[in-house]
Design a binder for this molecule. Structure first.
Ligand SMILES: [Zn+2]
Ligand SMILES: [Zn+2]
Length: 344
């Protein structure tokens, strides 16, 4: 018996919230295709607009799935539905963005995700060792957006044309990087540069050479300004007293303890007590600095300035992962802690 559930219905849905830069359009696209919907999805200002046409059953299922938000990637604050007359629509597609002057919610920068970390460490992957690896689920957003809607042309990535391999992923619905605006690889996109401020005329080092040099300088006790997502970190080894003292002079920071970036939670646990709640905080998307009680202060005296706590945090950019992987802080024994820097 037909209760009207198989009758074609069409609706326009306006979705407000954190729905750009979080993979919302590809997600809508996949769900719509699976359910056999016709219509389109597009960014409009900071919102997303969907036109969907299908049987009432399929449409209801589609709307329930959207509201359910299983993997919690986006945040819907409001959804407005307007019924439309049924028309001759094509298969579901992602179409070019529209403009709107309404208030936009800009998505936050996201820490590098576990899948990207796997690729980062896999020598057979074409993004092996890429310090700017990202995907639909991770990478900078807020910091690189110049205006909404969140499309590549409205971000600093517009200066980096995609190579053909990246373009293929960008346009393939089955790819993790389908419509990922930050997509790039070792053949296209931003790259690493190392500059020595004492030798301005010296040739710039790039890519692997730049990373290697930064690691060497830090190991030798130097200070490196490492570009993060939204600014620079002034970095030195927390084990080398002379380096930490020099960093304090550079920053004009006399007493406040320094935060220490560790490669992993298991590394932190070699120095600090970490409760379950603190571990959740450390690995949360905001990657906050968490004050943890130290088992024993094994770092240079000027790092923690006699505090019983260590301000620990985890890497959130691929570059920080690459650096901390090389540098630790490794588990030093007490004798090594009083090493002095040999960086001139
Ligand atoms: Zn990722
Ligand atoms: Zn590429």
């Amino acid at each position: 018996m037909d209760n009207g559930k198989n009758k074609e219905t069409a609706v326009k849905i306006k979705v407000c919230g954190i729905v750009q830069g979080v993979g919302f359009r590809p997600l809508v696209y996949r769900a719509a295709r699976e359910l056999g919907l016709k219509g389109w999805v597009r960014n409009v200002g900071g919102d997303v607009e969907i036109v969907a046409q299908a049987s009432k059953t399929a449409l209801d299922r589609f709307l329930t799935d959207l509201k359910e938000n299983k993997d919690q990637r986006y945040e819907i604050l409001n959804m407005e539905l307007k019924e439309l007359p049924v028309s001759a629509l094509d298969n579901f597609a992602i179409i070019p963005s529209g403009e709107a002057k309404e208030f936009s919610m800009i998505p936050a920068d996201l820490p590098v995700c576990p899948e990207c970390l796997k690729e980062l460490a896999d020598p057979s992957d074409r993004r092996y060792g890429n310090p700017f690896i990202s995907c639909m689920a991770c990478g900078p957003r807020y910091t690189i957006i110049e205006e909404m809607p969140y499309d590549r042309d409205n971000t600093v990535m517009k200066d980096f044309p995609m190579c053909s391999a990246c373009n293929k992923e960008y346009t393939s619905p089955e790819s993790r990087r389908f419509h990922a605006q930050t997509i790039s690889c070792n053949d296209c996109g931003p790259y690493l540069i190392y500059q020595d401020n004492r030798q301005r005329e010296a040739e710039e080092l790039t890519d692997r050479e730049a990373l290697k040099k930064a690691v060497k300088v830090l190991e030798d006790g130097g200070i490196v300004a490492v570009k993060g997502i939204g600014g620079y970190h002034l970095v030195c080894s927390p084990f080398l007293e002379t380096s930490v003292v020099r960093l304090r002079q550079c920053k004009g920071r006399e007493e406040k303890p320094f935060a220490v970036m560790f490669h992993s939670v298991s590394e932190i646990k070699k120095y600090c007590d970490v409760s379950k709640e603190e571990e959740i905080l450390l690995t949360s998307k905001a990657r906050p600095i968490v004050l943890l009680p130290m088992q024993e202060d094994l770092m240079a005296p000027s790092t923690n300035k006699k505090s019983l706590y260590c301000g620990a945090f985890l890497p959130y950019t691929p570059l920080q992962h690459l650096l901390t992987e090389e540098l630790g802080p490794p588990y030093y024994d007490k004798r090594q802690c009083i090493r002095t820097a040999n960086y001139p």
